[in-house]
Ligand binder design. Structure first.
Ligand code: ARG
Length: 465
C-alpha cells in the first residue's frame, strides 16, 4: 500500500511502479537516510512535537534497520518507490504507530535533498583520497626517475628536452587543481535542506539548526524553495569529475603512445596489460585506453544532469529523481579510474635509454644553439635564421647538429667557437632552464618540494575532516 493511499482507490501497475521507482539507485543512501531520520526524530522530541518515548522507539527501530541492511538481511521491495519509503514503512512494521509519527513536519523532498548532500559529501571525500593516492604515485615516480630526459613536444614534434619528472609533475598540478574543485563541490553540498518540508517550510516549531548541526552540516539553506530544488552541488561535483577525467584521458593517451614499439618510453607491467586472442605477440595498454574511454561517460553524466535541470520550475519536480544515477556513476567511474591509473603507473618500467635516444636526436638543441649566438650579441631573429639553415644542412646530409664540424658552424658565422659542442649537450641544455617552473634540474627539485608540501597539507586536512 502506498504511503499516499488515502487519496487513491487504485494503485499503479507493476511496470509503472518500476518506471517510477528510484529504489535501485537510491538504496545506496540508506545510511544517510537513517541518519537524517534519527536527527529529525530527536529534534521533534526536543521541540515537544513528538513524545520522548516515540523518539526513543524511532531511534531504536532505525538503528535495528541499519543493522539489518548492513548484515545483508534487509529485502528491498520495489513496491517501496524509494529508500525513504522503504525505511519508513519497515520502521512502522517494526515499531508500530510511533514509526508513523516520524514524517511529521517533513517531506521526501527535503529528505532526498538531505540524503543526497550527505552522501555526496562523503563521496567527494572518497574521491579526494583517491586523488591524493594517485598524486603520491606520480610524485614518487618523479623522484625515482629524477634526471631521466625525454623530448618535450609541441604539435607532437620534437621541441626541447625536458626532465621526465617535470613531465609527470605537470599532471600532478592538473590533479591538484582537480582536488581543489572536488573540495569546493564538497563544500557546496555542505548545506542542510532539512526542515524545508515539501517546499514552504512547516507549521511545526522545527529547529532546523539543530538537525543541521547534528548531521554535521556547515550551514542551513535559507530558502525552503531553493532547499528542495537546488542541485547545483551535484553539477559542481560532476563537473569536477569531468575535468579530472579529461586530465586522466590526456595522461592515458601519453601512456598509450609511450608504450608503443615506436616510442618504447615505458613498459607496462603484465598486470596492467592484456594480450590478444589471435595475435600472440600483443601486449595491449587496455587499462590506459579504458580510462581514456571512460571520460566520455563522465562528461555524458554532466551533460545529462545539466539537461535534467534546464527549465525546471520551482520547487520539487519528479525530474529531479534523475539526478542521482548519473552523478553516482560519474563519482564511481572517476574513483575507479584514479585507482587503476595509480596501479598502472606504480608498476610500469621507465625505459630511460629509449627516452635518452630520442632526446639526443631530432634537433632538440636548436633553440639553445640560437641562444648561444644571441648571447654573443647577435640579434635572436638572425640567430634563429642561421640555426634554421644548419638544421636544413643536417637534413640534407641525413645527420644531426652534433655531427657537423666546427668548420660547418663557422661557415655560417665566426661567432661559433670550439665550445659549440658543449652547447649541444642535451643534459646541460636541460639543466640550464633554471627559471622558476622550468625543466632545469634545480628548478624541478624546487617544484617537487612544493608539490610534496601541498600534498602533505591536503592529506593532513582531509584526515581530520
Ligand atoms: N525518489 C524521489 C527522488 O529521488 C524522492 C522525492 C520524491 N518526492 C515526491 N514528492 N515525489 O527525487
Amino acid at each position: 500500500m502506498a504511503l499516499w493511499s488515502g487519496r487513491f482507490s487504485e494503485g499503479v501497475d507493476e511496470f509503472t511502479q518500476r518506471f517510477g521507482a528510484s529504489l535501485p539507485v537510491d538504496k545506496r543512501m540508506y545510511a544517510q537516510d537513517i541518519a537524517g531520520s534519527r536527527a529529525h526524530a530527536a529534534m521533534l522530541a526536543a521541540q515537544s512535537i513528538i513524545s520522548e518515548e516515540d523518539a526513543k522507539a524511532i531511534d531504536e527501530g532505525l538503528a535495528s534497520i541499519l543493522a539489518s541492511i548492513e548484515a545483508g538481511e534487509f529485502t528491498f521491495d520495489i513496491n517501496d518507490e524509494d529508500i525513504h519509503m522503504a525505511i519508513e514503512s519497515e520502521l512502522t512494521r517494526r515499531i508500530g504507530s510511533a514509526g508513523a509519527r516520524l514524517h511529521t513536519g517533513r517531506s521526501r523532498n527535503d529528505q532526498v535533498a538531505t540524503d543526497t548532500r550527505l552522501y555526496m559529501k562523503q563521496r567527494a571525500q572518497d574521491l579526494m583520497r583517491a586523488n591524493l593516492a594517485l598524486r603520491e604515485v606520480l610524485l614518487d615516480q618523479a623522484e625515482a626517475n629524477f634526471g631521466v630526459i625525454l623530448p618535450g613536444y609541441t604539435h607532437m614534434q620534437h621541441a626541447q628536452p625536458v626532465l621526465f619528472s617535470h613531465h609527470l609533475l605537470a599532471y600532478n598540478w592538473m590533479l591538484a587543481r582537480d582536488y581543489v574543485r572536488l573540495q569546493a563541490a564538497c563544500d557546496a553540498a555542505d548545506a542542510c535542506p532539512l526542515g524545508a518540508a515539501a517546499l514552504a517550510g512547516t507549521t511545526y516549531p522545527l529547529d532546523r539548526f539543530a538537525t543541521a548541526s547534528q548531521l554535521g552540516f556547515d550551514r542551513v539553506i535559507p530558502n525552503s524553495l531553493d532547499a528542495v530544488s537546488d542541485r547545483d552541488f551535484l553539477l559542481d561535483l560532476v563537473y569536477a569529475c569531468s575535468v579530472s577525467s579529461i586530465h586522466l584521458s590526456r595522461l592515458c593517451e601519453e601512456i598509450v603512445l609511450w608504450s608503443t614499439v615506436e616510442f618504447s618510453f615505458i613498459t607496462l607491467s603484465d598486470s596492467f596489460s592484456t594480450g590478444s586472442s589471435i595475435m600472440p605477440q600483443k601486449k595491449n595498454p587496455d587499462f590506459a585506453e579504458l580510462i581514456r574511454g571512460k571520460t566520455g561517460r563522465v562528461v555524458g553524466d554532466l551533460m545529462a544532469l545539466l539537461m535534467t535541470l534546464k527549465s525546471l520550475p520551482l520547487a520539487y519536480n519528479k525530474d529531479l529523481q534523475e539526478d542521482k544515477e548519473g552523478a553516482m556513476d560519474a563519482v564511481d567511474t572517476l574513483e575507479a579510474c584514479y585507482q587503476c591509473a595509480a596501479g598502472m603507473i606504480s608498476t610500469w618500467t621507465v625505459n630511460r635509454d629509449s627516452m635518452a635516444a630520442q632526446a639526443t636526436g631530432g634537433f632538440l638543441a636548436a633553440t639553445d644553439v640560437a641562444d648561444y649566438l644571441a648571447k654573443k650579441g647577435m640579434p635572436f631573429r638572425q640567430a634563429h635564421e642561421i640555426v634554421g639553415s644548419l638544421v636544413k644542412l643536417c637534413v640534407e646530409r641525413g645527420c644531426d647538429l652534433p655531427d657537423l664540424t666546427l668548420a660547418d658552424f663557422q661557415e655560417k658565422t665566426p661567432l661559433f667557437e670550439a665550445d659549440i659542442q658543449q652547447a649541444l649537450n642535451i643534459e646541460a641544455i636541460t639543466a640550464a632552464r633554471t627559471t622558476y617552473g622550468g625543466t632545469g634540474h634545480e628548478a624541478v627539485k624546487v617544484q617537487l618540494e612544493e608539490a610534496r608540501t601541498q600534498w602533505g597539507s591536503q592529506h593532513d586536512l582531509l584526515k581530520h575532516s
